[in-house]
Design a protein around this ligand. Sequence first.
Ligand code: HAM
Length: 420
Amino acid sequence: MSKALRSVKGTRDLLPPQTAVWNAVEEIARRVFTSYGYGEIRTPVLESTDLFVRGVGESTDIVGKEMYTFADRKGRSLSLRPEATAAIGRAFVEHNLQELPLPVRLYCIGPFFRYERPQKGRYRQFFQIDAELLGDPGPHSDVEVILMLLRFLRELGLERLVVLINTVGDEASRLAYRAALVSYLEPYKDQLGEDSRRRLESNPLRILDSKAPAERQLLEGAPNLHDHLSPESREHFEQVLALLERFEVELEVAPQLVRGLDYYTRTVFEIVSQGLGSQDAIVGAGRYDRLIGDLGGPPTEAIGFAIGQDRLIDVLPESFRAAATASSPAMLIPIGDQAQVEGLALAERLRQAGIVVIAELSGRSVRSALKQANRRGARHAILLGEDEIARGEVTFRDLESGEQLALSTDDLVQRLKEST
Ligand code: HAM
């Protein structure tokens, strides 16, 4: 026997009934987002590497260490998309979406790829549910995006999730803060780890993300980004906070939250769930007022979020999972050769009427077919033998109560419709 192949490390198959949970989540996302005026965008899984280098940032972990990058047959450098925002930005510019009434509201659901160390809630192929609002600079956009996110999460039965929120300021604030942070850290350079030493030059704000205990201690005395905010950035943030308070959103201002992608400006936020065991975020989000311009488009302020769907599914309440996977099909069991074809025809008729029917196709005995019906969680069995066919009837059996009766096919349709 040849050796069986397995899925690639960090990727996985999603099988029924689990896929029913995934579909239920996606259906709710589509419905909720549509109710805010969002339309779906599907961008390619492959993009030119340059998009993410320019969009997400060369010095980020995502681009520097985690991208699946390869040369195609003509030597062009391509990458599997590690996130959606840069790709949506590219599409916005490519299709001149700034000519549409602004803001443009788009959402995207699909697979993304990062070469990370796989563990619970961390995969190399993972899924995001992403939403972006492009073409509005004001605080009301931030608020609408957060309210939509929370509405979606509430509809899934997730109630007590805290939004960690911060501002990283605009370009001017960031430059001022960057200088202050570098001059604070410079004298301690020798105490920094290799990554942070490198970041001191390339991307000092990312040092704030460090998990190393020695560095965390050092950072306690570091200058505060909030002391370097431009008046406009400060006002924007204060307005966002005040508005969210009005909507009774549970917030925690997290001054150290900077996020690992370079395009962020002003508002950034995350949702972290304790339920995941680790402190991994379920949602990563923020404003990116310069990205569209950096990608060659007109200056266009924007904000959005991405939900990690794999992680979201891990923290769903059991009741949601149970409702999404509950199925009680009817099992159609033909008895004898003639009934096989009649059985297929009857099953077609029932499906036409909107009834879920699994047809027994293999001609196994009624006893073993009924066993199968139980294993499949069927509520009803429809037995069709030659006698029944001759009378234009079926034998209908309720598998829970054991009740059994003869029904005309019209009555059968009626009865099954009533019980679903
Ligand atoms: P991100 O924080 O890099 O942000 O990713 C968003 C979410 O994707 C994370 O919070 C996490 O739930 C999920 N995620 C990321 N990597 C993995 C992985 N290896 N396995 C499982 N889940 C993962 C972004 O991607 C930004 N584009 C978000 C955004 C949209 N900002 C503005 N608009």
